[in-house]
Design a protein around this ligand. Structure first.
Ligand SMILES: Nc1ncnc2c1ncn2[C@@H]1O[C@H](COP(=O)(O)OP(=O)(O)OP(=O)(O)O)[C@@H](O)[C@H]1O
Length: 244
């Protein structure tokens, strides 16, 4: 079966230990792959490369077998993503933002009302449907961004620290939405700083440090934090004395 995402020997260097420095990773259909790492480990750079927002110096990224540089618009419409600040048209209300998101992702006009209704319910923002995006709280803006990313039931989901600003109810809603996507055959790549939280949703947890994947954590592991820091500290020790 073709991987939803296949990254091979990817390099996007910003310095000897910065960026993405030779990294391979796959996300199979039906799986949630988490990326964890300290600030500056390279998670966002990797996600930018996956989404074609930065060009790799070397290596390749394939989405459903197609190199990102050659993806037609219809294939990008099957990718749901949220990086950095959630995008929304500030003067449009929540409902209108979701309608636009659905159309931009190629949903036919007659399918939009049902998709918007499902989306409002999924992330619990129905009561804000007539509120302008510019007036939403940080957490509700994040919920709107996530709703837009997921509105067309994407085959690949790429989310950078998606629980940023979410309250516990939002975290649970997101977890259920990601599980539902994966159970429908999508691949999910998600980064986070919250180990316990990713352990609840991820099938695999890869640890990134200094631009590389340095190991994996077992989601069922009781002492995730300890295991994480052991991997990171061992890697840092290996690089002691290297120039930064
Ligand atoms: N455009 C750029 N120019 C120069 N350096 C960059 C650029 N983008 C990222 N970097 C550097 O690459 C490294 C990785 O950054 P990146 O944002 O990918 O890390 P991250 O794991 O997402 O961090 P965080 O958890 O803080 O979001 C950092 O050292 C960062 O300063």
């Amino acid at each position: 079966m073709t991987d939803r995402l296949a990254i091979e020997d990817a390099v996007r260097a910003y310095g000897p230990h910065a960026g993405v420095l030779g990294l391979s990773l796959t996300v199979a259909p039906g799986s949630v792959q988490a990326l964890v790492g300290l600030n500056g480990a390279g998670k966002t750079t990797l996600m930018r490369a996956v989404l074609g927002m930065v060009r790799l110096d070397a290596g390749s990224v394939l989405i459903d077998g197609i190199p990102v540089g050659a993806m037609p618009a219809a294939a990008w419409a099957r990718v749901g993503h949220l990086l950095d600040r959630p995008f929304a048209y500030p003067e449009l209300d929540v409902r209108a933002n979701l309608e636009v998101a659905a159309r931009l992702r190629g949903l036919p006009a007659q399918a939009v009302p049902a998709a918007v209704a499902a989306s409002l319910g999924r992330m619990g923002i129905g009561r804000y449907e007539r509120v302008r995006a510019s007036r939403l709280s940080k957490g509700n803006r994040q919920r709107l961004g996530l709703s837009a990313a997921l509105i067309a039931d994407p085959d690949l989901v790429v989310l950078d620290e998606p629980t940023d600003g979410l309250d516990p109810a939002g975290v649970i809603a997101l977890r259920e939405a990601l599980r539902e996507r994966a159970d429908s055959g999508a691949g999910v790549l998600v980064s986070s700083h919250h180990l316990d939280e990713v352990a609840r949703v991820a099938d695999r947890i890869s640890v990134m440090n200094r631009g590389r994947i340095i190991g994996a954590l077992e989601p069922a592991e009781a002492e995730l934090e300890r295991a994480f820091f052991e991997l990171v500290l061992a890697d840092d020790r290996r690089h002691e004395g290297d120039s930064v």
